[in-house]
Design a protein around this ligand. Structure first.
Ligand SMILES: Cc1ncc(COP(=O)(O)O)c(C=O)c1O
Length: 447
């Protein structure tokens, strides 16, 4: 054991009290901590040196793998060159360079990039741009925002208002006014054990017509959806669903926002899900994979027409009263440029596309295990629903995640009793097999 890992282990026994962990059962965690000291490529290493395979790309973000040398070097060099420069009224060159590179990856005229620091901020930024867009065009009555049941759009008040996960909403008051929700697109009865986009469910987009009829199109600013809902268990869009949403939004002058915080940067085998599905939103939220999770960063890509709507009035006035101290932080931009180079040079999006059928077949080997109610796959991601123990929602899932880490040296994600697997895009076929074999043993152990 090196001195630094020894220190980490020593600290482990003393210092667990002060840190309030996010989205974590703190008491259970502190009884049996899952500590990660370092990482490389596909693996984490615990303080005592155990290699743990990362089945979740960090938290859906380290798409190029962990601690990639070019990203590490870019961050170090940037820190030495320019730590920070004011984000308002000033800019540094790499912010423009990264914006151009991100815009070049996005389809059609999605080519104006606003930077922030997380997926949650990206969502709230997009919602605010949508509201302000209608206002600056003289349609200020368009104030309603439409989200979707089972949607996850981060934890800002905007994001939880349009989001559709009850526990993320019910503790936090009345949320934003004037929000409505489309129905979730998932039906186990019609879709169980589907690889890719289910045949059933495209018609659910027509629920937007009902919502428009209820509220009046002239009151609706925007619709926001994840092309594939990741956080609630990998729910790919039904065939034709996104196209229909797009058509209805066009018909009524409603902006369509894609939250691509998970689907962006290769998870579905393309730079963005918008490209995979051939549907162009008006605003596209990204974060996570933009710099392979190395430095907090998020952003919104706007269509040119949306941006242009703001570019009026006297030139010395601010066009959008919104931004963050750390918008386009130099370290995040440097990491982003290095990550985009890696994605390009190693053709990681294409690699993900090629690997998708193999990955889906490997995931489906879990199908016949006792207690497995559904397996869904799309791109390099899989959701596995386990039967819930009577009266104990989430207990089996939590135990699965614990056993995966402690007994199988594997990190997976859980939402209730649903497991999610989404490794870095550098994962090999052998590692895909390893991850699903380990997951199978975990599932057997918790049944
Ligand atoms: C679709 C989606 N939107 C927004 C977020 C929030 O991102 P962050 O945790 O960076 O705020 C997430 C996080 O998983 C996400 O999956």
């Amino acid at each position: 054991m090196t001195p630094s890992t020894a220190t980490a282990v020593a600290r482990q026994t003393n210092d667990l009290d002060a840190y309030w962990l996010p989205f974590t059962p703190n008491r259970a965690f502190k009884r049996a901590p899952r500590l990660i000291a370092r990482a490389k490529g596909m693996h984490y290493f615990t303080p005592d040196g155990r290699a743990v395979i990362d089945g979740l790309a960090g938290l859906w973000c380290t798409n190029a793998g962990h601690n990639r040398d070019p990203i590490v070097a870019a961050i170090a060099q940037q820190a030495a060159e320019l730590d920070y420069s004011a984000a308002f009224h000033f800019a540094h060159p790499k912010s423009f360079e990264l914006a151009s590179r991100v815009a070049a990856l996005a389809p059609a005229d999605l080519n104006r990039v606003f930077f922030c620091n997380s997926g949650s901020e990206a969502v709230d930024t997009a919602l605010k741009i949508a509201l302000a867009y209608h206002q600056v065009r003289g349609e200020g009555a368009r104030t309603r925002l439409i989200g979707r049941e089972r949607g996850y759009h981060g934890v800002g008040f905007g994001g939880i208002s349009v989001g559709g996960i009850v526990n993320n909403r019910k503790f936090f008051g009345t949320l934003l006014a004037g929000v409505d929700h489309l129905p979730a697109t998932y039906s186990r009865e019609h879709q169980a054990f589907t690889k890719g986009e289910p045949q059933w469910g495209g018609h659910l987009a027509d629920e937007l017509e009902r919502i428009v009829a209820l509220h009046g199109a002239s009151t609706i600013a925007a619709v926001i959806v994840e092309p594939m809902a990741g956080s609630t268990g990998v729910l790919p869009p039904p065939k034709g669903y996104l196209e229909r949403l797009r058509a209805i939004c066009d018909k009524y002058g409603i902006l369509l926002i894609f939250d691509e915080v998970i689907t962006g940067f290769g998870r579905l085998g393309h730079a963005f899900a918008a490209e995979r599905y051939g549907v162009t939103p008006d605003l596209l939220c990204f974060a996570k994979g933009v710099n392979s999770g190395a430095v907090p960063m998020g952003g919104v890509i706007a269509r040119e027409g949306v941006y242009n709507a703001f570019m009026q009035g006297p030139e010395h006035t601010i066009e959008l009263f919104h931004g963050y101290t750390y918008s386009a932080h130099p370290l995040a931009c440097a990491a982003g440029l290095a990550a985009l180079d890696l994605y390009r040079d190693e053709q990681l999006f294409e690699r993900a596309r090629r690997l998708e059928p193999f990955f889906a077949d490997a995931a489906m080997t879990l199908k016949d295990l006792p207690g497995v109610l559904d397996v869904r796959t799309v791109g390099i991601s899989a959701g596995i629903d386990l039967a819930t123990r009577p009266g104990a929602i989430g207990e089996r899932g939590y135990e699965a995640m614990e056993r995966a880490f402690h007994d199988e040296d594997l990190v997976i994600r859980i939402t209730g009793d649903t497991l999610a697997i989404a490794p870095p895009l550098i994962v090999t076929e052998g590692q895909v097999v390893e991850i699903f074999e380990k997951t199978a043993r975990v599932i057997q152990a918790v049944m």
